[in-house]
Design a protein around this ligand. Structure first.
Ligand code: 5AD
Ligand code: SF4
Length: 450
């Protein structure tokens, strides 16, 4: 197919716009590093870049509509437009359709194929169809260049991808494919390269990150515990986090690591989605309320101060008022430090989308508002409990005011401090002086750290 409206100039500048989860942020960074390695220049101004990559998310509603409206807005005042690539999960799920419907989309590249972006750009320049939604069995990571100097002291590192759980509401098993773990050596090498490039905190990523498994450099079978312990031995790496975990994959070893690996931060994102066993079964979560609570109990036994966060869906098909009340109950029981909560959104091709008892949007709004009121109250309480305490923070970025810097506590709370003498990347002991719902204020501590 020849597409005459494709900008035929080889792009020199590019802009990546990532939506959705942290893995998309990571993928966006890897794409940017790859294109920079090919001699292209990153542009902060999306409107002027020669190539715009929309790195899309398909997890909830309106993702596709948003892509089309973003594409529409890319025509400039003089009638020209950038070369447009649709990447990520929408590309995977609806790529062929997008390519047919939106003539100004030049490239469609799925999440497992973005290492082929340079070849797709060349195809697009030649006016050829440039669609690649293959899911090769080997890891795209092997085909990407290594990590370079990083602008920030924190970085994501994808260690596994895909999902075999098939929760009935979720598109991820279809868009990201089956679970694949990256190799031990690739992960350790990438972590070392990130640390050499200035990174002090790494967040390991995977849709089921704690299902990671592989052989270490001595051929021994390892899980997340071994990986975390090995990463903790990298001297200049100060903090390790991981997300997102499935309750059924919280191994004894990983739980134990929370008790004795100091660099493993006391934070656990462990979604439960609903507090009702019948709904959990209909969601195909393969755990119940009790087994979930027992996991949290075991983690808290070895790390009592651990902050637990979660994800919730309200209005899953057939959810009654009483079943929703069970979700409020589990929230009250666990007392999360923060949570993400969503209205159920039927995803094309998932089993739940065809289930009876789809819930009215207004009822979902009501339930979501009640749930979020409770979650916010707990988050505020959690933050307020840190006032007067001393903790270390890793400074990540500048604040809005002169001399202001923002860092994170081990429990993932943002702390604002005013300290012109300090720099991004510093670890500093601070006293927390006040707490809001979303962040804390601190000052560099004059006390010796405990
Ligand atoms: N509708 C609403 N929320 C969803 N999530 C995943 N699929 C759906 C859906 N169809 C939420 C889950 C998951 C998070 C990443 O997104 O809570 O944990
Ligand atoms: Fe989706 Fe469930 Fe897999 Fe999480 S565990 S990615 S919610 S299918």
């Amino acid at each position: 197919m020849n597409r005459k409206d494709v900008p035929s100039k080889t792009p020199e500048t590019f802009h990546v716009k990532s939506f959705g989860c942290q893995m998309n942020v990571y993928d966006g960074e890897r794409m940017a590093e790859m294109l920079a390695g090919q001699g292209m220049t990153a542009s902060t101004d999306g409107a002027q870049a020669d190539l715009v990559i929309l790195n899309t998310c398909h997890i909830r509603e309106k993702a596709v509509d948003k892509v089309y409206s973003d594409i529409g807005r890319m025509v400039r005042d003089d009638g020209t437009r950038p070369m447009i690539a649709v990447a990520g999960c929408v590309a995977q799920a609806e790529g062929e359709e997008i390519s047919r419907r939106a003539k100004s989309v030049d490239i469609v590249v799925g999440p497992q194929a973005y290492h082929r972006l340079p070849a797709l750009i060349s195809k697009a320049v030649r006016g050829e169809e440039a669609v690649d939604t293959d899911m090769p069995a080997f890891s795209k990571f092997d085909a990407l260049p290594g990590r370079t100097k990083q602008a920030r002291p924190t970085a994501f590192l994808t260690i596994m991808e895909g999902c075999d759980k098939f929760c009935t509401y979720c598109v991820v098993p279809y868009t990201r494919g089956a679970e694949i773990s990256r190799s031990w050596c690739a992960i350790i090498d990438e972590a070392k390269a990130l640390v050499d490039g200035g990174v002090r905190e790494i967040t390991l990523l995977g849709q089921n990150v704690n299902a990671w498994t592989g052989e270490d450099d001595k051929g021994r079978l390892q899980g997340m515990e071994g990986l975390v312990r090995s990463l903790a031995a990298i001297p200049d790496l100060k903090r390790i986090r991981y997300t997102t975990s499935h309750p059924n994959d919280m191994s004894e070893g990983l739980i134990a690591a929370h008790g004795d690996v100091e660099k493993l931060m006391p934070f656990l994102h462990l979604p439960v989605q609903s507090g009702n066993d019948r709904i959990l079964k209909a969601m195909n979560r393969s755990h119940d309320v009790d087994s979930y609570l027992r996991v949290i109990e075991r983690v808290r036994a070895v790390r009592p101060d651990i902050a637990v966060s979660g994800d919730f869906i309200v209005g899953f098909p057939g959810e009654t008022d009483a079943e929703f009340e069970d979700t409020l109950k589990i929230v009250a029981q666990v007392r999360y430090s923060q949570c993400y909560s969503f209205k159920y959104s039927p995803r094309p091709g998932t089993p739940a989308a065809g289930m009876d008892g789809q819930i009215d949007s207004a009822i979902m709004d009501e339930r979501l508002a009640r749930l979020q009121t409770l979650i916010n109250a707990h988050q505020q309480e959690f933050n307020a409990a840190t006032v007067g305490r001393q903790t270390d923070i890793l400074l990540e970025r500048k604040g809005r005011h002169a001399g202001q810097l923002i860092g994170k506590t081990p429990w993932l709370q943002s702390v604002h401090i005013t300290a012109p003498e300090l720099s991004i990347g510093d670890m500093v002991d601070v006293d927390i002086v006040s707490a809001g719902p979303n962040s804390l204020a601190g000052q560099p501590s004059r006390r010796k750290a405990a």
